[in-house]
Design a protein around this ligand. Structure first.
Ligand code: NAD
Length: 475
């Protein structure tokens, strides 16, 4: 079995303990990785602090950071195939999707490379006796805690803008899928960033993650993960009033208006809830269908779910395993509870009879008050329900504590836009779920979190404004 290490202060290092990572497609051990302890976390924080305080990253001419970042983008692209195989085996995801993660990661570096030398302040007019201007300055040390569902692209999503803005970074990888991230960081290492600018630790969230969050050298936190962990981190961050970006879960709804194009919709349902086995924060987990089209759309989504190929990530099937046995059991338990609460399992709802952590593509007819219609499942489980009026559709879509994304499917510009304007969430898709990319701001409202990642806007999550006011003398 291959063994992986942590990256601290410019060196690949082992730790006192190690973790075994399983292949979710087979349930068998795949590789081991050094499991960082508190001492390792302290070394990484000290390295990042030294780098931040030295100015090696923040005080150079910004175009220098652009050059480093473009080199990193090239190096990430060059290892996309090798990295994809590791991501596929440790996470279960399809090889194509794993490769896309590396390509997206390269895009983040390219995109923010182009912004590193354009972080410009403004001049504030105060009359002839003053000169006043603003500067955007990096926080210093950014601690970034990453989940297992898209570890490579999500890591790059936060790392790239943080570096572009001149922050040193300590990343905590997820215990279930830490391996491909080490390949990502090996590629970033080739770009020649100053020592200590990037550090990567694989460690337990409750110990190492929590220690990083509360560390006195932590100047900013980026957390991507579940609501309960985010709430815990916010409490810990409050101790030192450390600013945080929170990218949490969702229960996002697509509204299907009566003039929606069925083919367009089905392509989005397939991507929206079955891509990555539904383990997507912005998954289309609810489908609200105008009653005139309810029976037709219901039959079509059930047929779609039943037509999906299921298999190992290497074979690029439609549906891959979920990440762990615990995740599989949690999803099946939520489906069972839905049945107990009176929901109707239209298809799926079981683990296919095969090795590995699979959940059959599932469609459930439920009402809005049921747990399955309110809580995040994080698996290939679509909840459907009918609505009669536009007002009812909007109320249902907005009727959970989450607010990550939402969608509207319909042909009329006036109605789709009118409905979109009333939806609660950081991003609303019209006629294509996941429309957007590296360039489009992403983030939540309510329990889905706050702050934005991606797009130009995200860069400003990684800087603070400093105002310089000058009183002109008479000399
Ligand atoms: P999780 O909250 O269990 O873990 C996320 C990370 O937090 C892991 O690295 C974990 O080790 C760490 N962690 C756990 N306890 C900690 C603590 N006390 N202090 C510091 N770190 C700690 O989430 P998960 O199961 O890995 O990911 C799934 C969740 O992430 C879902 O809810 C999903 O919606 C959400 N998610 C959100 C986004 C987004 O951008 N909004 C993207 C992907 C995933």
């Amino acid at each position: 079995m291959q063994h992986y290490q942590n990256y601290i202060d410019g060196q690949w290092r082992d730790a006192a303990n190690q973790l075994t990572v399983l292949n979710p497609g087979t349930g068998q051990p795949y590789a081991t990785i050094a499991q960082a302890g508190i001492d390792d976390a302290d070394l990484a924080m000290a390295a990042a602090r030294r780098c931040a305080d030295s100015g090696a990253l923040s005080d150079v001419r910004p175009a220098r950071r652009t050059t480093w970042m473009l080199k990193a983008a090239d190096a990430i692209r060059a290892i996309a195939d090798e990295g994809a195989l590791v991501a596929c085996r440790e996470n279960g995801k399809s090889l194509n999707d794993a490769r896309d993660e590396f390509i997206e990661a390269a895009r983040y570096f390219e995109y923010y490379a182009g912004m590193a030398d354009k972080i410009e302040g403004i001049s504030v007019p105060l009359g002839k006796d003053y000169v006043d201007f603003t500067q955007y300055v990096p926080f210093g040390v950014s601690v970034q805690i990453v989940p297992w569902n898209f570890p490579v692209s999500i890591c790059a999503r936060s790392l790239a803008p943080a570096l572009a803005a001149g922050n040193a970074v300590v990343i905590k990888s997820p215990e279930l899928s830490p391996l491909a991230m080490t390949l990502l960081i090996k590629a970033v290492e080739q770009a020649g960033f100053p020592q200590g600018a990037v550090n990567l630790l694989c460690g337990q969230g409750s110990t190492v993650g929590s220690h990083l969050v509360r560390h006195q050298s932590t100047n900013q936190i980026v957390f991507i993960g579940s609501v309960p962990t985010g709430q815990r981190i916010l409490k810990d961050a409050a101790e030192r009033a450390t600013p945080a970006v929170m990218e949490l879960g969702g229960k996002s709804a697509a509204i299907v208006l009566k003039d929606a194009n069925l083919e367009t919709l089905l392509a989005s349902v397939k991507a929206g809830i079955f891509f990555n086995a539904g383990q997507v924060c912005s998954a289309m987990s609810r489908l609200l269908i105008q009653r005139d089209r309810y029976d037709e759309v219901k039959a079509a989504v059930v047929a779609l779910a039943e037509s999906l190929s299921i298999g190992l990530g290497e074979d690029n099937p439609d549906l891959t395993p979920v990440v762990s046995r615990q995740q599989q059991e949690g999803i099946l338990a939520m489906i069972d509870q839905a049945g107990t609460e009176g929901a109707k399992i239209l298809t799926g709802g079981v683990a296919p009879d095969r090795a590995g952590y699979f959940v059959a593509p599932t469609v459930i007819e439920a009402s809005a008050d049921m747990t399955i219609a309110r809580e995040e499942v994080f698996g290939p489980v679509l909840v459907i329900m009918p609505f009669d009026s536009e007002d009812e559709a909007v109320a249902l879509a907005n009727g959970t504590d989450f607010g990550l994304v939402a969608g509207v499917f319909g042909e009329g510009l006036n109605q789709t836009l009118r409905v979109a304007n009333r939806l609660r969430g950081g991003q609303v898709y019209i006629n294509e779920w996941f429309a957007g990319g590296v360039e489009t701001p992403f983030g939540g409202v309510g329990l889905s979190g706050f702050g934005r990642e991606k797009g130009q806007e995200a860069l400003y999550s990684y800087v603070q404004t400093r105002n310089i006011g000058i009183r002109l003398g008479q000399g």
